[in-house]
Design a protein around this ligand. Structure first.
Ligand SMILES: [Zn+2]
Length: 417
């Protein structure tokens, strides 16, 4: 079903490609990339207002970024980890490509210079929690809030100018919950899912990462690609991905948040749908909101903001560091060794195919029946207490031994076991 429309779009692109390349105001096309005349470049900058479109990414939400056909947004999660993040930065610099990075607070704390390098290079920097727990779908809202704040605090603290931090957040493992989303949205923070992953956190070859990235992009024609800048396989696959994007006529879009001095790019609401209706796009092909995303919310009832004493109108996005916040590091253990190894069978993995989406639904339903039988929020489990245990799998990212890095908890997402 998707394939036929892809074929149509691809043919259309071949016909119209040259015309599209002349549109818009290119931010950094190849000619603007000194020393790299064949670079992919960044075709345009898209300014978004989180208040207007608070949840994006068709892996989980109805809306996604208002991209045109063959436009791609690159995102990298879980860094910065110098050994790999620096290589990713160099690859992007060689292609004059701007991306969005979702930083883990613990990583920023261990490697603040890595955050500054991202900002200096002109990339967009959002956050991805303090310790990357894969339990945002069922942890108490207070704990989620502390995780969110910890990530923001340590990432902004690493910046020379904290206002450079974008109000963009990606939930670890994409373990969404309505209460968490409402909390983020009330603070003006945009919740970023993705349109397709490349499974670069799994034990697959760099070539497989490249294949998945291109195959899934081709299936949708445009969108947000989810990658990780802490994996050797991603570093190995990225040059080939970028070269192939160029060969296939894709263009890179750099996304930045709206500010008082930088108004949002004008868009129509329909542009925020992956495939807006047109004369050639039947209504039946509108992307459906996957049902599974709601099955997770029953264990964590969406709280009324009034119950949280939330002050959305005045609450600062980037809170100043207080004594209580300074204690976050003590309360929340630093990331552990297998923090970034998202387990096989997790929702993030299962989401990647239609077939697996059904499996994800069954998994979520099964999880519902085995936990919180009374519909009450599941009690948080002691998941960050141990460092490497005998059962801990080999770490997928092996940083330079000379580089200080945080430790990580060894527990895994229970429903994936
Ligand atoms: Zn992550």
């Amino acid at each position: 079903m998707i394939g036929s429309s892809v074929a149509f779009r691809t043919r259309s692109w071949v016909v119209l490609g040259l015309g599209f390349l002349t549109l818009g105001s290119p931010a950094a096309l190849a000619a603007d990339c000194p020393g790299h005349p064949d670079a992919l470049g960044t075709s345009r900058t898209l300014v978004v207002d989180p208040h207007e479109h608070p949840r994006i990414g068709t892996m989980q939400y109805r809306e996604t970024l208002p991209l045109k056909d063959h436009e791609v947004v690159l995102t990298f999660d879980d860094g910065p980890l110098p050994k790999y993040s620096n290589q990713v930065l160099q690859i992007l610099a060689d292609e004059c490509v701007k991306a969005t990075f979702f930083i883990i607070g613990g990583q920023a704390k261990a490697n603040p210079e890595g955050v500054r390098k991202l900002v200096t290079a002109g990339h967009t920097v959002g956050t991805h929690s303090m310790t990357h727990p894969l339990t945002f779908d069922r942890m108490p809202i207070e704990k989620a809030n502390a995780e969110i704040n910890g990530g923001i605090e340590w990432t902004s603290a690493a910046m020379t100018d904290p206002s450079a931090l974008a109000p963009f957040f990606r939930i670890p493992g994409l373990m969404r919950a309505e209460g968490v989303e409402n909390l983020l949205i009330s603070r003006g923070i945009q919740v970023w899912s993705a349109d397709f992953p490349a499974d670069d956190w799994r034990h697959v070859s760099p070539d497989r990462v490249y294949q998945l990235a291109i195959q899934r992009l081709e299936a949708k024609g445009k969108g947000i690609l989810l990658l990780h800048d802490i994996q050797a396989r991603t570093v190995a696959a990225l040059p080939k991905i970028i070269r192939d994007l160029k060969a296939r006529g894709y263009r890179i879009v750099h996304v930045v948040p709206a500010t008082a001095d930088r108004p949002a790019t004008p868009t129509a609401p329909v542009e925020w749908l992956l495939h807006p209706p047109s004369e050639t796009t039947p209504i039946a092909r509108w992307p459906a909101v996957p049902n599974f995303v709601y099955t997770q919310t029953q264990t964590l009832p969406a709280p009324d903001l009034a119950d949280l004493n939330a002050q959305p109108a005045h609450q600062p996005l980037l809170p100043r560091r207080t004594m209580a916040q300074a204690n976050v590091a003590a309360i929340l253990p630093a990331p552990g060794r297998d923090l970034f190894a998202i387990p096989e069978g997790s929702l993030e993995v299962l989401l990647s195919t239609t077939l697996s989406r059904r499996a994800a639904t069954r998994l979520a339903m099964a999880a519902e029946t085995t936990r919180a039988p009374k519909g009450k929020a599941a009690k948080p489990q002691a998941r960050h207490t141990s460092h490497a245990t005998p059962a801990t799998p080999k770490h997928v990212a092996q940083p330079n031994s000379a580089t200080p890095r945080p430790t990580r908890p060894s527990k895994r997402y229970p429903t994936a076991a």
